[in-house]
Ligand binder design. Sequence first.
Ligand code: SF4
Length: 399
Amino acid sequence: MASIYVHFPWCLAKCPYCDFVSYAADREDIDHSGYADAILREATARARWLERRGRSTVIESIFFGGGTPSLWEPRELGRVLGKLREIFPVTKDAEITVECNPTSLDRDRAAALLSAGVGRLSIGTQSLRAEQLRFLGRLHDPDGARRAIEGALEAGVPRVSTDLIFGLPDQSAEDARAQAEALASTGLKHLSCYQLTIEPGTQFGERRKRGLLPMADDGIVADAFLAIDEVLESRGLRHYEISNYAVPGEEARHNLAYWRGAEYVGLGVAAFGFVRTDDGSKAAAGVRYRNAVEPRRYVERTKTLRDDVLGEDDGLTMFAESLDAEALLRERIMLGLRIAEGIDLAKSGAELGIDPFTGAREKTIASLMSRGRLERDGNLLRIPRNAWLFTDDIASRLF
Ligand code: SF4
């Protein structure tokens, strides 16, 4: 099982906290069809590369992320989607998601995306407070976010999710809880709740370096995380991943596959991809690649992209990293411990062709369990929910 990620690298404005590859542009200044053509050239070459290796990777989800892919003309996005179904073996019931911003989503656009074959929208609400949205540099207001959600639901999009950011300066845990509850009461069956993080290289990162950015109190942020958990769980949305909640059965299949270590073909500007390079007979190996990050260069390079190699020699990849079985296991531990179901270490080891239960790892597991940081059920390891805030540290100890 594998998935496809398509990156659309433009937004109407750059948010000050954003470290994704996205460029501010007006809708009419974007070459909608030229970018679609480039994506399809890349898709064709990547599929041929997989074919040459005798691989027929079945695709079970396609995710259009960004940037703001709801800015993309639905006709062009639909053309890409239709062709991807011809180029790759995409299952009939594949999950097809598009990330949307309230400034580029209304009922008509949701309906157009639906008729293009999209079945799931993920809407960037981020906050229901006007002053918080201004602080985050967002172009919409709370009513705009509500209208976008209502428009998607009224258009009949079967699965709609929205994002909420918490951990803003001066935000109380009670405010975070109230916003999560308000979003859940719109009838959404999936919510992503992210803590605001300040990344180097962003506008917020620069302001922080100069001491000009107010910061949230760590204790209040932890309380907000638990308050959101409590209110959403009480409304039947299961906390299935550190930042994600869903009514059972409504989990994001695309993201779950990623957290479980599945392959993904990355297409578009700055897209990451990960594919296995072993033939399954020995220890696993894979390559992670990243495409050119500048849109014009990306589009030009897809015209001469080679399909007999994958990596820095193919003309499009700007960075590639070979991953051996140990590296793949470390990634699986890091990602698998983010999800409530945890990671079956024996199963992962068997899939990757290595023994995961080294003496050192067994010792660390025992020590983490004695401190209440890890639960073990046979070969299954998971982090108890009250220790999720320490996931990165716990996972790295198991490397
Ligand atoms: S809309 Fe999203 S991708 Fe675009 S700049 Fe803001 S946070 Fe980044």
